[in-house]
Design a binder for this molecule. Structure first.
Ligand code: SF4
Length: 694
């Protein structure tokens, strides 16, 4: 319930939208929220906020929220409201029946990057210790799993290297595959402030994003590459730096593996990687690549920020490693103002990865095959753990279609709308005998569910989120859960109904267990967070107040590792039938599939997804501004209105994916990153034609 009037108290908590992790004072009058005010002491936002965190929290009391559990025998039946006891007993019994019929690996679950660290930890613990397998995955599968793979293999840890304050000491900032103004607005403000002070900017993006030219900000270079050619452009930058002798030999000799560097340098120096050789492929002028390379190598402190335009490709992991190579090549690691900085999408996607959501990793990024790590958790949890990695989300869906995977628990994630190739996701869900959706609203995935467990919002629980700079922020309960329970309590009820015997009474106890089992969190507790406001992991005996900048004296893996990054073209090609390339992104006022923001006043700023198309491509198709167009790929088709703009290059079209009416992911394909299966959302060959509407 939104009240107006004078507040009489305030509770500091953390925004539940993007990975910036802004701190807010929730100001209350009695038990009613009056307003959300950005908290000046918040170290991620320093008193700033955007239209999502500040205004788009009313979904917590929206009439669409489901507050009572529901079950149904089949997805064609109507929902029946039941008590919590009935819903939990039914779910537990059905999961156990499926395992009895088809084996322990026939069920699994998906953790939520919207939920707290403590809640995510409990979900993966339930899957590992109670389900008895490693069939756990997370939405990071479809966003930053390549970041985990790429940075772990080059630097030794799966996270960004800097704090946000670091940008204030940058001299050159390279933004690739990210649109901070829309996706990470508060960080964008801090970046723009630094640019206004004179720092130089290089943007690598198919679109002319706002940062390229806006009030008081103009990029020194915009490299508008053809979607899918990130690796070719990054290797061409490295080619210039290597062949012109602009690399930081002292840094490389003291901090990196010199033999591997020499192999890499020989690779990068190959004339096939010269800017002139890749200009036609990438669509970027050789002069601009050379200019950008010289600026980044010689311009002082060089920082790299990137987003899903890097990871959501068939070479997503390769691109992350190419970025790491560039940072090591120029000595831009291990001090303020530099570094490799993934801009994480969801509020707690960093945390969900830290907490062991992936099927191959226990909390703290330790492989399930490592006996010593398993022994730590076996002692803490009192069960034997499976040493074999479990199924990733796409593998679960494939196995469901084949009949060997039969039951899925999905917490706070609308996989039908957010995952690629919607038809395949629907086929997998439809094939399952038990789909349990634990969420705030009856989302698209719930159309295929047999059990709906009402979830709680960030305003209704205690816990922590970890933002893109590894900062662990407190989430504090502002109002009682309208559904009766916080999400961690619901997971505990289900685990106990399946025989767990857990007895947590507050998330602080869960954090104590995380700290006891996970070295990078060893020093974290709620008292410390209350005292410091927040802390960046690793936080342990060696760093009792956390670690703003990583890899200061040495890389986590010892020596930094250069990895050869050969460009491999995606299998998704344009041709006569599908002549345009579609890429996707976000808009400032909305968030992901829009489940929350569409249920707030923010919808006035973006009431539909539109297709950006270059004037030349529009004219060729007889399409004018506002016309309905049919967007089709080999995976599917949808209909939306056209927005004619030269922000996109000829041959490229672009849309957002915030509205279920559009379902942009109907057209995205099942191609994915070679290392992590992260979907290739950013490159889809499509055709566009005028239409009479949906
Ligand atoms: Fe929330 Fe991100 Fe906006 Fe900050 S920048 S208020 S974390 S959506």
């Amino acid at each position: 319930v939104i009240e107006t009037g004078t507040p009489d108290r305030a509770i500091v908590t953390t925004c539940a939208y993007c990975g910036v992790g802004c701190s807010f004072r929730a100001e209350l009058r009695g038990d009613r929220i009056v307003r959300m005010v950005p908290w000046k002491e918040g170290k991620a936002n320093r008193g700033h906020s955007c239209v999502k965190g500040r205004f788009a929290w009313g979904y917590a009391t929206h009439r669409d929220r489901i507050l009572a559990p529901m079950i149904r025998a089949s997805i064609d039946d109507p929902w029946q409201e039941v008590t919590w006891e009935e819903a939990i007993a039914f779910t537990a019994r059905r999961f156990r029946e499926l395992q009895a019929e088809s084996g322990p690996g026939a069920i699994g679950g998906i953790t939520s990057s919207r939920c707290t660290n403590e809640e995510t930890y409990l979900v993966q613990k339930m899957i590992r210790a109670v389900f008895g397998n490693n069939n756990t995955d997370t939405c990071a599968r479809v966003c930053h799993s390549p970041t985990g793979y790429g940075l772990r293999n080059t630097f030794g840890t799966s996270a960004g290297t800097q704090d946000f304050d670091s940008v204030e000491q940058s001299d050159v900032v390279l933004v690739i595959g990210a649109n901070p103004t829309d996706g990470h607005p508060v960080f964008a403000s801090r970046l723009k402030k630094r640019l206004r002070q004179g720092a130089k900017l290089i943007v690598i993006d198919p679109r002319r994003i706002d940062l390229v030219r806006s009030a008081h900000v103009e990029a020194a270079f915009h490299l508008p590459l053809c979607p899918g050619t990130n690796v070719a452009v990054l290797t061409a930058l490295a080619h210039v730096i290597v062949t012109e002798g602009l690399y930081d030999e002292t840094f490389i000799r003291t901090r990196c593996d010199w033999d591997e560097f020499q192999d890499y340098a020989a690779f990068a120096a190959d004339p096939a990687h010269a800017p002139e050789a890749v200009a036609a492929l990438t669509g970027v002028s050789a002069a601009d690549i050379r200019g950008a390379a010289r600026l980044f190598a010689q311009g002082g402190n060089g920082a790299i920020y990137y987003g899903l335009g890097v990871t959501e490709h068939s070479q997503g992991s390769t691109t992350v490693m190419a970025i790491a190579n560039l940072a090591m090549l120029t000595g831009n690691i291990g001090r303020p103002g530099v570094g490799v900085n993934p801009l994480r999408g969801q509020n707690n996607v960093q945390g969900s990865c830290d907490m062991g959501s992936f099927p191959h990793e226990l909390p703290g990024y330790r492989h399930v095959g490592d006996a010593a790590t398993r022994a730590v958790f076996e002692a803490a949890w009192g069960v034997a753990l499976d040493p074999e990695p479990g199924l990733r989300i796409p593998n679960m869906l494939d196995a469901a279609v084949e009949g060997s995977f039969r039951g899925l628990y999905v917490q706070g994630e609308d996989i039908l709308q957010s995952d690629p190739d919607t038809r395949h996701v629907a086929a997998g869900l439809r094939a399952m005998d038990l789909v349990v959706v634990h969420d705030l609203f009856l989302n698209e995935t719930a159309n295929y569910a047999h059990v709906f467990l009402p979830g709680s919002t960030f305003l209704e629980k205690d816990g922590t989120f970890t933002n893109a700079e590894r900062r662990i922020n407190r989430v504090r309960r502002v109002m009682a859960p309208l559904n009766g329970f916080a999400d961690w309590e619901i997971t505990q009820m289900l685990a106990n109904a399946m025989g767990a015997g857990w007895a947590y009474t507050h998330p602080a106890q869960i954090m104590a267990e995380i700290a006891a089992t996970t070295p990078s969190f060893a020093g974290v507790d709620y008292d410390l967070l209350d005292r410091l406001g927040s802390v960046q992991w690793p936080c342990n005996e060696a760093a009792p107040e956390g670690t703003p900048v990583m890899h200061v004296d040495g890389f986590v893996r010892g020596r930094g590792r250069f990895i050869t990054t050969e460009y491999v073209a995606t299998d998704e090609r344009t041709g006569p039938r599908f002549p345009l390339l579609l890429t996707t992104g976000r808009i400032l006022s909305q968030y992901n599939v829009g489940a929350q923001t569409r249920r707030t006043a923010n919808v006035v700023w973006h009431d539909e997804d539109r297709l950006e198309i270059h004037p030349q491509d529009a004219e060729n198709r007889g399409v004018r501004e506002g016309d309905w167009v049919r967007l089709a790929s080999r995976a599917g088709e949808t209909t939306l209105r056209a927005l004619v703009t030269d922000r996109v290059a000829p041959g490229v079209v672009y849309t957002t994916f915030h509205h279920p009416d559009t379902q942009a992911n109907v057209v995205t394909t099942d191609f994915s990153d070679w290392a992590t299966n992260c979907p290739e959302y950013k490159v889809t060959a499509v055709q566009v034609a005028r239409s009479n509407g949906p």
